[in-house]
Design a protein around this ligand. Structure first.
Ligand SMILES: Nc1nc2c(ncn2[C@@H]2O[C@H](COP(=O)(O)OP(=O)(O)OP(=O)(O)O)[C@@H](O)[C@H]2O)c(=O)[nH]1
Ligand SMILES: [Mg+2]
Length: 315
């Protein structure tokens, strides 16, 4: 991927940036904020991101290719193993790594675990830890009212982890310090020509984009445990029989347990209807056409362990 011609006459920089950190820390939100458009799904449920979403940021003096990663470091089933391997590969490909922590919580056990895992991965691949451009990003600073508290936290991190090249407080949600972050990233990128002319190069296939939208609406409308055991399959996308301008989409929500099915459908089908309506509105924006979304729920036990099914889902 990195076979590009070095152009020493130019000040232009280009490279890869991986966003890592524990679930729910705001990785996908940061990617969306940097790109100024929604490419990755976001929810308050930990474990939202399953696919490694990539986005290209073009600036006058640089092109940055960002990898959003799922916050999985201890894979427990086949699905998580596949998710983990995305995170793993993007770390090895990256010129700069953004290690996100929650500013309010500071470093907690999960963060230490990820940091250790990260060292292990580098070791296995014979990459010297000190040579890696690892930046510590304190996200969600909007949750801290006292700026002195932020300064104190930065000071402590500097003492405890001298290997971070930069420590940058941001709010991905409120777009605070994002320009500063980009500046710092560019500082560590190699001099390079543009790596990609086509900004669409990394977009997920259409079916996957649609299933991600539906999955986000499930995460946003159904309580904690259920979304984790759901997948969305897009069976068919076709023009309407009568109105050819209308797009018909047949989709299935796959759940692992019978009672999850009832929860997603809700009383008198109300929940499913809400999920469907919210998803349809967003899909219509994506396709720029009216959409009829047919949404059903199916039971498939232990799908997170079934390799064939996971491949079918795009993993
Ligand atoms: N207050 C505040 N909330 C944030 C900020 N950034 C993200 N969030 C919220 O944190 C939650 C998780 O955000 P995501 O972007 O989905 O987190 P993630 O790290 O991608 O999570 P996984 O994909 O599950 O690993 C969402 O509810 C976001 O709105 C921030 O800067 N401030
Ligand atoms: Mg995410």
């Amino acid at each position: 991927m990195k076979e590009t011609i070095q152009n020493n006459n130019s000040n232009f920089k280009a490279g890869y940036v991986a966003i890592i950190g524990k679930p729910n820390v705001g990785k996908s939100t940061l990617l969306n904020t940097i790109l100024g458009e929604k490419v990755a799904i976001v929810s308050s449920v930990a474990g939202t991101t399953r696919f490694s979403i990539t986005g290209i940021k073009n600036l006058p003096n640089a092109q940055i290719i960002f990898f959003d990663t799922p916050g999985i470091y201890e894979p427990k089933n086949e699905l998580e193993k596949r998710m983990y391997s995305y995170a793993y590969n993007s770390i090895l490909d990256a010129d700069v790594i953004l290690f996100l922590i929650n500013a309010k919580e500071g470093f907690i056990e999960y963060d230490y675990k990820i940091l250790n895992k990260f060292r292990e991965i580098l070791n296995e691949n014979k990459i010297e830890f000190e040579k890696v451009n690892l930046l510590c990003i304190l996200n969600k600073i909007d949750l801290i009212k006292n700026t002195l508290e932020i300064e104190e936290k930065i000071k402590n991190i500097k003492n405890e982890f001298p290997f971070f090249k930069e420590i940058i407080p941001i709010s991905a949600l409120n777009n605070t310090n994002i320009d500063l972050l980009l500046e710092k990233i560019i500082k560590y990128l190699p001099y390079n020509q543009k790596l990609f002319e086509d900004e669409e190069a990394f977009k997920l296939p259409l079916k996957l984009q649609i299933s991600e939208i539906i999955r986000e609406k499930i995460f946003q409308n159904v309580y904690q445990e259920v979304p984790k055991s759901t997948a969305v399959v897009i069976e068919e996308i076709r023009p309407g029989d009568v109105d050819k301008n209308k797009i018909i989409i047949e989709a299935y929500i796959i759940v692992e347990k019978e009672n999850h099915k009832a929860i997603i459908i809700g009383e008198n089908g109300k929940k499913l209807k809400l999920i469907g309506t919210q998803a349809r509105i967003e899909i219509e924006k994506l396709l720029n056409k009216p959409v009829f979304l047919s949404l059903h729920v199916k039971l498939k036990e232990k799908w997170t362990k079934k390799t064939d099914f996971l491949s079918q889902l795009g993993f």
